[in-house]
Design a protein. Structure first.
Length: 155
């Protein structure tokens, strides 16, 4: 059951993060603070997940896999949220991808190009390795620190 919760947290965070980037950029502009907040926010889902798994399983390795799962689910969710926005909500400058243009002769060709170039290859595949390695390392480190702090003191 915990692993379904971790997966759900990853999915929800990916969708949230898709919209969060724009909000933070609009509020702060594209300076160093925006970069720090845009990257730092990725600690929000992984730290509680890694701590929960370390506490429940008493294993830094399982904590690492929980972090990996959460971040990888977030990456997929982030890019699927992009697909939903382009297809159903619409985006200025990309109206040719909105479902209302499905009768356009180039609609499916445009979507194939976007899915292949921006969503799958230029999005999910590009960031999945970083999410897997980073999620594993941060999850393991978080779990290890928690377990070290919780270890009984030697007598």
């Amino acid at each position: 059951m915990r692993w379904w919760i971790y997966l759900s947290i990853g999915i929800l965070f990916g969708a949230f993060d898709f919209y969060c980037h724009r909000l933070v950029f609009d509020l702060l502009g594209g300076d160093l603070l925006w970069l720090v907040l845009s990257l730092g926010i990725w600690l929000v889902p992984i730290l509680p997940v890694a701590l929960l798994e370390a506490r429940a399983s008493r294993s830094a390795l399982r904590s690492a896999f929980a972090g990996l799962l959460t971040w990888c689910a977030s990456i997929v969710s982030y890019y699927l949220t992009n697909v939903v926005q382009l297809l159903l909500i619409g985006y200025p400058g990309r109206s040719e991808l909105h479902i209302s243009h499905h009768r356009d002769p180039y609609f499916w060709e445009n979507w194939r190009s976007v899915l292949q170039g921006q969503i799958i290859e230029g999005g999910i595949f590009e960031w999945m390795g970083i999410a897997a390695v980073g999620g594993f390392i941060i999850g393991c480190a978080t779990g290890a620190v928690y377990l070290k702090k919780k270890a009984p003191a030697p007598r």
